[in-house]
Design a protein around this ligand. Sequence first.
Ligand code: ATP
Length: 365
Amino acid sequence: MVHIATDRLRKVFDQVVAVDDLTLEVAPGEFLALLGPSGCGKSTILRLVAGLIPPTSGRVLLDGQAVDDQVRRQHRMAMVFQDFALYPHLTVGQNIGFPLRAGTGPVSGTAARVVEVAKELGIADLLDRRPDSLSGGEQQRVATARAIVRQPEAFLLDEPLSNLDAGLRARLRTEVAALARRLGVTTLYVTHDQIEAMTMADRVAVLRRGRLQQVGRPAEVYADPATAFVAALIGAPRIGLAQAAIYADTEKLVLDLGSQLLRLPRADPRLRSLADRHTQRITVALRAEALTPVPGDTAGPVLHGHIRDVQNLGHEALVHLDIGALPALFDEDIPRRVPDTAAPPVTKPATRRRFGLLRPARSRP
Ligand code: ATP
């Protein structure tokens, strides 16, 4: 188990700042996910940590030491890539044993170690097959077996499940995370899939344009996003983001959403940070599950919305609402479509279909 740290790491390709001033730590045995949209620098960070490319400035530290010898650095870590990168002309057994035979691990006992690792991954009966005769999930397991065969101190995984179908991906999510924990190996896991990051990782580091936005436990990042970008990236259905102006009087905080006013009690401790932002423009973020449908004559803070669309998912329905506010937009590619109106979807039991007003159940600043 190794402690991995990056210290003000920066990588510039031509004009592109791929990684900018990244200071991050991964504790020994920790599973940390690097999450962000395409092009935000995730793979570059992994390649910098692996020593495959040099940084423009800054350092990578293993157990507090800058390991300048790239071969020694790579020897301590194993990488698994999206395309698995198996050797097509070698059998599964030869593929798994390759790092041992290539002289980067213990040479004696290779055959026994290959069988041991194949059993660990549940592929012991595939050892004589060639990669092109395997399913995607089997290939993924072979790639993982090859990564763990020489008992690395760290795993660096670059979207290792993204070429698999949804069902298999869900199963392997659990398997890969369990394996990393069983082996106690420090893991850096690159993904643009927030479900993978949230379900597999001890902590999630969210990146935008090469810069770290927030790092924290999945529940923290979800419940207390540091920026609107983090809020929008994490959570399905996607959070609704709207522009608003805020007005504070002695009793109430009033959010002016353009088409309607939302009056919130000023005494609510969760709203304390908003009280001194009188007349400022803010972004309001509404999670679906924080809204509850209520009858039309309900007193208290309510939002009015027109139902645009209802998606019945069986156990719940997603109701897309137009609340008439201007959406808060990002000038970049968040992988899901930015809605054309700020219309937070609302979850509700599939059987209850009629309502006119919404109560913010857990209003957050
Ligand atoms: P994806 O999820 O699409 O793989 P990513 O978050 O892993 O994206 P990177 O592959 O790290 O992003 O790329 C970050 C930025 O650096 C991108 O703008 C990319 O075009 C650029 N980049 C990466 N490698 C190179 C390179 N070898 N030469 C020039 N630009 C590069």
